[in-house]
Design a protein around this ligand. Sequence first.
Ligand SMILES: [Zn+2]
Ligand SMILES: [Zn+2]
Length: 286
Amino acid sequence: MCKTVNTRSTPNLRKRGGSPDSATSASADPKQKLTGAGVMPSFDHTDVSQRKFDDNPFMISDLLVFLFVGIPVMAHMGARLFASEEIGPVDMAVALIVSYVFVEPASGVLHVVLDNEKFNSWPLLGEVAISFQRHHDKPIEISWRPTLNFFLEPMVPWAIIGAQSLFIKNDFTVAVLFNLFFTTQLMMFAHRWSHMANSRKPPGVKTLQNLGIIMSDAHHHDHHRTYDCNFAICAGWSNPVMNWLTKNGPWDEDNQWWFTVLAGFYFLPLMLGAYRGELQMPTNPF
Ligand SMILES: [Zn+2]
Ligand SMILES: [Zn+2]
């Protein structure tokens, strides 16, 4: 259970087209203790009816973005990094860690924004938010979506960040953005696996969860009890801070100002580049 001290009134138990019981079998009382340590809300992995999944409504647009933005941008970055005299294997490993450290809190802020129904009427963002919020009603569905379908889902958000590499002079920043493709996928799949029965998890996933490299099922299922905590969905280590901020900071999870924080995460590469005077027009690395 989330243990963050809440100095606001009561936990925000939001309902997305149904009772919380439709998301978990935990009681509607968010404060009710579950029996025994580490007991999950019993998402029914065997209920065949829950295997029906909603197709990704953005499948075609995500595929087009992957083919015509994702692959070219990754190829551009890869060619640049391969030719770079500043970036070696150690730099790439450090860049991988930096991208992992970036994606964890970014996932929390993205989740806070997309869970917020106040954004549902916004152009473009609204459709994504509504689609995202459906996960609260059918949490198991995420574990049954076709893998390719799921893989394509973060293409647009990643492309917005990845394409900024074209304008960045600093090779290490480009290395971070290159690795961000993979850590973004890790974040997405960490969420999927947290809803997947242990018997269906790919080999090694349980080890990654046990090591804390990705979040445990229990950690994420706490979010599905009350929808007001544990928003980060990669490793979860940023959630104590995020939980404290949404409970005690200037903005709770329903505040639309979180969008500005999300924009800050999204355009951090360009902002850093501008601050350091390291922006450039795209070059041809081939
Ligand atoms: Zn949520
Ligand atoms: Zn979930």
